[in-house]
Design a protein around this ligand. Structure first.
Ligand code: SF4
Length: 200
């Protein structure tokens, strides 16, 4: 696979920040399995950026983008220290920080990191993806097994309790019945559910 240094990329009104190509999931639908680009952006990283690499690519006027989104191919919370440094810089300049995550940060770091995240994170989108632990494990193939499904719910609950605007996301292809189950899970965690259309 060809690799690049696409540490940031613009999509719509937002600037996306790509910290790693690694992930604790191996989702069967992950674009990492199919191609090296996403909407024309080459995201497989030749190397992981430092905080300075990314900060150097932020616009001088932070208002140039609506949100600064830690996303990319991989799981951004794997690089918590670097993420924290960049996000604090964005917040210092008055920007809005969002993290798109698989919700496994507390498992990855073996501690509750939501207090740290709350200091610099405005919004968190946690991929719920499925309605049961077994279905989640089959779809996302997490390194942590089915425990990941419960851990991501606990993570989202803690993020919301700390005042971060937190929501779960699912894709509409799972069907109405599962979407209703996911809505109940979201409600029990005190977060909202966003249902995204499937993008082939
Ligand atoms: S959580 Fe995201 S980056 Fe990780 S394997 Fe799944 S789709 Fe890919």
């Amino acid at each position: 696979m060809e690799k690049f240094e696409t540490f940031t990329y613009a999509l719509g009104e937002n600037l996306y920040i790509n910290l790693t190509s690694k992930c604790t999931n191996d989702c069967i639908f992950c674009v990492r399995n199919e191609k090296s680009d996403y909407f024309g952006h080459k995201l497989w990283l030749a190397r992981e950026p430092s905080a300075d690499d990314v900060i150097a690519r932020l616009p001088s006027g932070i208002g140039a983008y609506r949100e600064y989104v830690f996303c990319g191919f991989g799981e951004p919370t794997l690089r918590l220290g670097v993420l924290s440094e960049i996000a604090q810089e964005i917040k210092k300049r008055g920007g809005t920080v969002r993290i798109n995550t698989n919700g496994q940060a507390n498992l990855i770091h073996k501690r509750d990191v939501t207090g740290e995240l709350a200091r610099f994170t405005d919004k968190i989108n946690v991929s719920l993806n499925e309605a049961t632990a077994a279905d989640y494990a089959a779809l996302c193939r997490p390194a942590f097994g089915q425990e990941a499904f419960y851990a991501l719910q606990d993570f989202a609950k803690k993020c919301a309790a700390r005042g971060i605007d937190t929501w779960f996301s699912v894709v509409d292809v799972i069907g109405e019945e599962k979407i209703a189950m996911c809505r109940a899970i979201a409600q029990s965690c005190g977060v909202t559910l966003k249902v995204r259309p499937f993008i082939a």
